[in-house]
Write a protein that binds this ligand. Sequence first.
Ligand code: DOR
Ligand code: ZN
Length: 424
Amino acid sequence: MQLLIRGGRVVDPAQGVDDRLDLLIQDGKILRLGRDLAAPDAQILNAGGLTAAPGLVDIHVHLREPGFEAKETVSTGCAAAARGGVTTLVAMPNTRPAADCPEVVQLVRDKAAPTRINVLPAGAVTLGQKGEQLTDFAALKAAGVPALTDDGVPIQNLALLRRALLEAKRLNLPLLDHCEDRDMVQNYAVNEGAVSRRLGLPGRPAVAEELQIMRDVMLAEDTGAHVHICHISTAKGVDIVRQAKARGVHVTCETCPQYFTLTEDEILRQGTMARVNPPLRTQADVDGIRAGLADGTIDAIVTDHAPHTAGEKSKPLPDAPSGMVGLETSLALALTGLYHTGLLPLARVLALMSASPAALLGLDKGTLAAGRDADLILFDPDQEWIIDKTKFASKGRNTPFHGRTVRGRVKYTISRGTIIYQEG
Ligand code: DOR
Ligand code: ZN
């Protein structure tokens, strides 16, 4: 079985390719990339006017199963991924039960198998994500986890975190850390600042995130482990990572479209739809995140796709859960905010969403090189459209981007040679 993708602009940052080329796929793998390829028996997909790029690799996604199937299931989350152009994703372990043992990891993998999305469950750092006892990292690695994280729950105990890092290093696993000091942020709803004061609510200070980033940097330097900072949201946080990288510390970081697009003011317009952890910050922070993307300090764009039910999000701001969905809007928001504004070239945006996150977790993904899995997207980088949450495949409709005009539309998503999403 051959599939010939003909006449598109192929952008593969990992190979430095950006050219009008044909792409020949056979048995789920990229066979060849070249000009005017002949393949008489192949199924032809006309990609004229479209851009072909590696399938997106989103290393921060909450699929919610097991335990929170009212918010999302592996199946609905993977349908959302396909619609958004995401072919590989890392599923966060804050499920019920938590993915703190091989059985739960295997359960998520089994649920994902029929979807054709490459789902890699991350393993929890501590049992039940309670921050008390380390999980069995070796057993989790044997079960296939690409990384360890207690995402959603900041790790407070430094002795425990240091032991975790030493063990993670021994097993060559990165630790993905949600940085926010728990005592400082409690269950507060918004950034500490002008908006929290206006609403008369206690806020989550930026320094609560920056202190944990600094702490993690120090421990990464001390242990030699790879620490990856989740969803970085403050300008100073980016500065800390920038300085650490310059010293040669093995630290990487990611951010999400909400942090380079929106400020805390969105809370005043959209209430709980804009509630997320870490919170939306100030314009100076948005500028700092954009600078970090531009100079390479930030290694990846992820979604932190965090579906919640309409009922949960209709609670008052202090009681509603934090999080927003992102799988079906990330490419368009990144193109709109970073490429169409002239901040980054197209290839760089695509690298931040595929080759770079794949590389930092050591995944064999994120390129269209011959011999690799044929995971790719065909998209129109310029097409304007209006985000409509009622069209989402995700169960989660909690987005602050509903009604926003964006540019960049996924037309086809192909996973291991099979078309798993086609627009319309
Ligand atoms: O806003 C968030 N929601 N941040 C997190 O870290 C966790 C996530 C969730 O699980 O809902
Ligand atoms: Zn988190």
